[in-house]
Write a protein that binds this ligand. Structure first.
Ligand code: PBG
Length: 330
């Protein structure tokens, strides 16, 4: 593969000037590569700062336009909605997930009313923002029960589809849920609703600030290792993905992002399916706090995002998405 020999070949020649570096660059980023996560809270006219995630806020429904306007103007293709519900609405079964007046349903209606199809809406399918124990599924005798959880996830999916959600994103890691949700959507005439499967989602410490942001951190009992993947494994990720593709997933998510670039790359090579990377809350917090403390400079953001593209990601879920135009200009 080596195509020449020093001194005839000097790779530094093409690196010398900025115009030349731009000509030979292999990867680029644009607003179209991003999905913006938005945290929603109950109440009126509020925007709350999330302490562990400098620059990220929770918005009440009436203030959503503030952030969605920005995303639309910057031509970000899609937002992802995450609710922080009041503690008294949480219970063992996560029943608030099926309330047609819950925060996510209200937010979908509001965004669709105002922006129509100018921007896509993606919603998590999982119970963790709604359960008192903070797990993604139902619990019986200390076990997260798979098949019973799927029945609830189907109803959560149908409800979100009914409200106008464009992309359902099951992030619960139960076995077999993609196929069951796909069938339910087909049967209820939501044939065009897409499924973005969090197929390779690892049991990770990098979700810490997110759990803070949706208020499930303090309540979480134990860990999620019986359903999320072991970070020592990569073949297993390919098996998860193969299954979800067969079951009807339109797109695949790898999560977290930066420590799992190898997974993105091998999925892309093997399956030729759209793959998204989730630069999760912990990654965001590490970079943002380090920049604030002047341990690294702000160009680290761009560098970390390009890494996903180099690995083969089609798009990136990132809390930086609403500031991407500034970041690309650094
Ligand atoms: C829950 C969910 C999590 C994230 C997105 N959906 C956390 C978890 O699995 O505990 C994490 C996102 C982030 O850390 O930015 N189903």
């Amino acid at each position: 593969m080596i195509t020449g020999k020093y001194p005839n070949l000097r790779l530094r020649r093409s690196r010398k000037e900025s115009w030349s570096r731009r000509l030979i660059q292999e990867n680029t980023l644009s607003a179209s590569d991003f999905i913006l996560p938005i945290f929603i809270i109950d109440g009126l006219n509020k925007r709350e700062q999330i302490a562990s995630m400098p620059g990220v806020y929770r918005y009440t429904i009436d203030r959503l336009a503030q952030v969605v306007d920005r995303a639309v103007k910057k031509e970000i293709p899609m937002v992802a909605l995450f609710p922080k519900i009041k503690k008294n609405l949480k219970n063992e079964m996560g029943t608030e997930a099926l309330n047609e007046n819950n925060l996510v349903c209200k937010a979908i209606l509001e965004i669709k009313k105002k922006y129509k199809n100018q921007i896509g809406i993606m919603c998590d399918v999982a119970l963790d923002p709604y359960t008192s124990h903070g797990h993604d599924g139902l619990i019986k005798s200390n076990q997260i029960i798979n098949d019973e959880t799927i029945e609830v996830l189907i109803n959560q999916s149908l409800l979100q589809a009914e409200m106008g959600c464009d992309v359902l994103a099951p992030s619960d890691m139960m076995d077999g849920r993609i196929g069951k949700i796909r069938i339910a959507l087909e049967n209820s005439n939501y044939k065009d609703v897409q499924i973005l499967s969090y197929a390779a989602k690892y049991a990770s410490s990098f979700y810490g600030p997110f759990r803070d942001a949706v208020g499930s951190k303090k309540s979480l009992k134990g860990d999620k290792k019986t359903y999320q993947m072991d970070f020592r494994n990569s073949d297993e990720a390919l098996r998860e993905i193969a299954l979800d593709i067969k079951e009807g997933a339109d797109m695949i998510m790898v999560k977290p992002g930066l420590p799992y670039l190898d997974i993105i790359k091998s999925i892309k090579e093997k399956f030729k399916i759209p793959v998204f990377a989730y630069q999760v809350s912990g990654e965001y917090s590490l970079i943002s706090n380090a920049i604030q403390k002047k341990l690294i400079d702000k160009h680290a953001i761009y560098e970390s995002l390009v890494g996903f593209k180099r690995a083969g990601a089609n798009a990136i879920v990132s809390y930086y998405a609403d500031r991407i135009d500034e970041i690309l200009k650094y």
